[in-house]
Every structure is written in structure tokens, then in C-alpha cells.
Design a protein around this ligand. Structure first.
Ligand SMILES: *Cc1c(COP(=O)(O)O)cnc(C)c1O
Length: 443
């Protein structure tokens, strides 16, 4: 049955309208993020210190509080053309299933070659490393999304990738490991005996199953002990990662215009904040400057709720304490998140920029239980034909909550959410949900 109101379903931009610049919200924030600190001296970290581990250009972007627009290198834009623009989709199927007068749109980042939004930053980080003469890149990965994106990007730019994968997912998600290996990466389960940090952890706790914190420590150590040749890359939390992700929101802005609408509510799932930032920041500038009143909602898991239950303070980004001190909403860098299926959301802290925006009440956060997220994911899959990543299910659940409020009030609010990835590598999680074996773990 065709809905009476059914008009255009999907919106695309032609290649020449893929953004040429990223949006740097740090230039426009009412209160700038507090600086990252050197843990030894408690002084703000310098470009020199940061670029011991990250590519110099990424560090410049990280510390850039003044330039609103940053050019996307042509080489990166060429690679974006492999999958961008990603479609903006009107979720008529979901609207009908909910019987809501809300207009629901989603930005479909699952169409990237690696199946998630992570590639938007992996391509940029790999390109800058290559440009600076680096031959090897390293990183950590939990569920495998970021590791896969970096492996593919390193391969495109002719570099070697060494990925430390959290041991529990290395064992539970063998297909993501295979995918990284297909792209030519060397994958090591973390904690491993190949680094000082890994050895220390394994000596104290021989059965340690690994966490993003342990894997980050190992990857940073590898970059530090192989200076010049090897750089570390990060898939979330840092402001340069959020910057690269703004292609999502900049495209969505033009596509919403094509649809003749503007979002009242923007929703994204929240791990370290990169996809939230990517979708939300371009719209936030219209709240800052053009009197728009859009609400921005981060959806996090109730088992790892740094934004709703964490504290705002200086903390480390990793378990061993190798990173600078970052001003963040955090559950503490020693916090061991429960083993939920949304691996990309199992991180103890939020990035400095999003933390400041949260503190300033420019955005909101909600926490979602695992079973509510999968229920939402299954409803979405039936209605729209796409099986969403367990992470994305949190955004869908938060969207459904808002759409149900619209059903009660009769308001036709425009809701835009980010579909960060597909769940085709996570079917064992859906199996568990469907057989009733999934449990809720609260913080
Ligand atoms: C990594 C990941 C996330 C969470 O990371 P953010 O940096 O908060 O965006 C969400 N969805 C998918 C599919 C991911 O791979």
C-alpha cells in the first residue's frame, strides 16, 4: 500500500557537491574546549608533543581554535567519491510502522566500503601520514569497525597497518579480523606480549580479555618506540576526527534542503562522539548564528553512560595513562565497560569538544538499554530493509522515543538520525536477541 504522502524517498548529491571543506566547530563555540594537559607538568600539550604520536597535520587541526573551514585535500576527496554522497533517506516505512506524524530522515553511512562512517576520518588520517613520509600506521579496534576502516585506508595510500584488536572481539568477531587481513593489515589481539603495556597487564591479570583502553596503550607504545616511521591514529574522541566526520552533516544539510525540510531534532549514537559531531556540528552553527532551535541528542548505552552519569574532569583516554589528560565526561579510565554487543560504544569517556558542548547545555544525552536498542533495530530492519549496526540501534531507539511523543502530541516534528553502519557482521548478536538470551546491564 502506497502512502498518500509518499514523495521522494532518497536524496543524493552529485559528485561536484561533495563538500570541499570540513567544518571546525572549535572556531564557533561559545566556550572553547579546555586544553589537553601534559600529565607530568600539567601544562597544555604542545604541537610538538602531540605530533610525537599523531601526524603533524592532524595535530594542527586538533589545536586549531580559529579557522572555521578546513580544506579537504583533493586526494581525500577523490577517495570520498568511492561512496559519497551517502543517501539521505526519508524513513516512510518506520513512520508507518510507528503511526507517527513525525517526519523521520536518516543519513545512511552504512554504504561505505567498510560498512560504517569510520572511513571518513581513516582516509584523511592515512593521507596525512603518507604525505609526511610515514610508512606504518597503527591503531586499536574494539568491534573492528575502526580497524577495518584504517586497514583499507592504509592500503589505498600504500602503507602498512598494525591493528591491536581487543582480545574478546578478536575471538568473537573473526570476520572483522579477516576483513582487516584482506586489506593487508597485521592484527594482534590485545593485551599482547609485544609491548611493555601489554606485558604489564598480562602479568597482573593473565586472563585479561582486553578493552579499548588496553589496546590504545599498546598502539601508542608501538608508535612511540618506532618514531618517524610509524604514527598512531584514532577513530573517535579527538577533535580532528570529529572535524573529518562533518562531511556527514554538511551533506545532510544540503539534502534536507532538497527535501524542503529542516531538522527539529538531530540524533546520533555516542561512543566517543565522532559520528554525533559529524552529523550535528554543521546544524549547530545555525543554532549559534541563525536563531535555529534544533535539539541535539546523543544516545549512549545504559551500561556505559559517560554523558548522562559520568563526571566532567581531566582524565586519560587510555588504560595505561599514555595519552594527554583530556577534559571530558568520563566514567574513569580504569572503568571496564560490560561486554555489550555495541562494541563501538564501549568507551569510558567523551571527546573534549562534545564534553564542553554538553556542559554548556547545547546538546542532550539519553541512555538506552541493550534490549530496547535491539528491539528498535529489528523494527527498523523490518520497516526499511536495512539491518542496522548494534551501535546505530541506539540512535534508532532514541528516534522512536521522540516519534512516539509526536504521536501523542500530534506534532509533525522533523527528526534526523545517523545510521552509522550496517549490522551484517553482527548477526550473532541479533541471534541472541531473537532467542531471548540478551541481558540488560546497567551502570
Ligand atoms: C565506532 C562506531 C560508533 C561509535 O563511535 P563514535 O565515535 O561515537 O561515532 C557508532 N557506530 C558505528 C557503526 C561504529 O563503528
Amino acid at each position: 500500500m502506497l502512502s498518500e504522502r509518499m514523495k521522494q524517498k532518497r536524496y543524493f548529491l552529485p559528485e561536484d557537491e561533495i563538500p570541499r571543506q570540513w567544518y571546525n566547530i572549535q572556531a564557533d563555540m561559545p566556550n572553547k574546549p579546555m586544553p589537553m594537559l601534559d600529565p607530568a607538568t600539567r601544562e597544555p600539550v604542545t604541537l610538538e608533543q602531540l605530533s610525537e604520536i599523531f601526524s603533524v597535520e592532524c595535530c594542527r587541526q586538533e589545536l586549531n581554535l580559529t579557522d572555521r573551514w578546513i580544506d579537504i585535500p583533493e586526494e581525500v576527496r577523490e577517495k570520498y567519491k568511492f561512496y559519497r554522497s551517502t543517501p539521505l533517506v526519508r524513513a516512510y516505512g518506520l513512520e508507518d510502522a510507528l503511526g507517527t506524524p513525525a517526519h523521520i530522515y536518516f543519513k545512511n553511512e552504512s554504504v561505505s566500503p567498510v560498512g560504517s562512517h569510520k572511513l571518513n576520518s581513516a582516509l584523511a588520517q592515512a593521507f596525512y601520514c603518507k604525505q609526511e613520509g610515514v610508512t606504518n600506521v597503527t591503531t586499536e579496534t574494539g568491534a573492528g569497525q575502526w580497524g577495518t576502516a584504517l586497514s583499507y585506508a592504509a592500503n589505498l595510500f600504500g602503507m602498512n597497518a598494525a591493528v591491536y584488536q581487543v582480545k574478546v572481539s578478536y575471538e568473537q568477531k573473526p570476520y572483522r579480523r579477516s576483513m582487516m587481513q584482506v586489506f593487508g593489515a597485521q592484527v594482534t589481539p590485545s593485551p599482547s606480549m609485544s609491548t611493555r603495556a601489554g606485558k604489564d597487564i598480562l602479568t597482573a591479570m593473565p586472563n585479561h580479555q582486553g578493552s579499548l583502553g588496553t589496546a590504545i596503550s599498546e598502539a601508542i607504545e608501538l608508535a612511540r618506540t618506532t618514531p618517524e616511521k610509524c604514527k598512531y591514529t584514532l577513530g573517535s574522541t579527538m577533535s580532528h576526527v570529529s572535524l573529518h566526520q562533518t562531511v556527514i552533516g554538511l551533506e545532510a544539510e544540503k539534502q534536507m534542503e532538497m527535501a524542503g525540510e529542516y531538522p527539529d531534532i538531530v540524533i546520533a549514537c555516542f561512543g566517543g562522539g565522532s559520528n554525533f559531531s559529524g552529523l550535528a556540528f554543521p546544524f549547530m552553527r545555525h543554532n549559534f548564528f541563525d536563531g535555529k532551535k534544533t535539539r541535539f541528542i546523543a544516545a549512549e548505552p545504559s551500561s556505559c553512560p559517560k554523558m548522562t552519569k559520568g563526571v566532567f574532569e581531566y582524565d586519560f583516554g587510555d588504560e595505561a595513562g599514555y595519552t594527554p589528560l583530556i577534559p571530558m565526561f568520563t566514567l574513569g579510565h580504569k572503568f571496564q565497560p560490560a561486554n555489550i554487543h555495541a562494541g563501538g560504544l564501549r568507551y569510558h569517556g567523551a571527546g573534549g569538544v562534545v564534553s564542553q558542548l554538553m556542559k554548556d547545555n547545547i546538546m542532550e544525552a539519553v541512555d538506552i538499554r541493550q534490549t530496547e536498542s535491539f528491539k528498535a533495530g529489528v523494527l527498523f530492519a523490518k520497516a526499511e530493509g536495512i539491518v542496522p549496526a548494534p551501535e546505530s540501534c541506539h540512535a534508532i531507539a532514541a528516534t522512536i522515543r521522540e516519534a512516539e511523543i509526536c504521536r501523542q502530541t500530534g506534532e509533525s516534528k522533523v527528526i534526523l538520525f545517523n545510521l552509522t553502519g550496517h549490522g551484517l557482521m553482527d548477526m550473532s548478536a541479533y541471534d541472541q536477541y531473537l532467542s531471548g538470551n540478551l541481558i540488560d546491564i546497567d551502570y
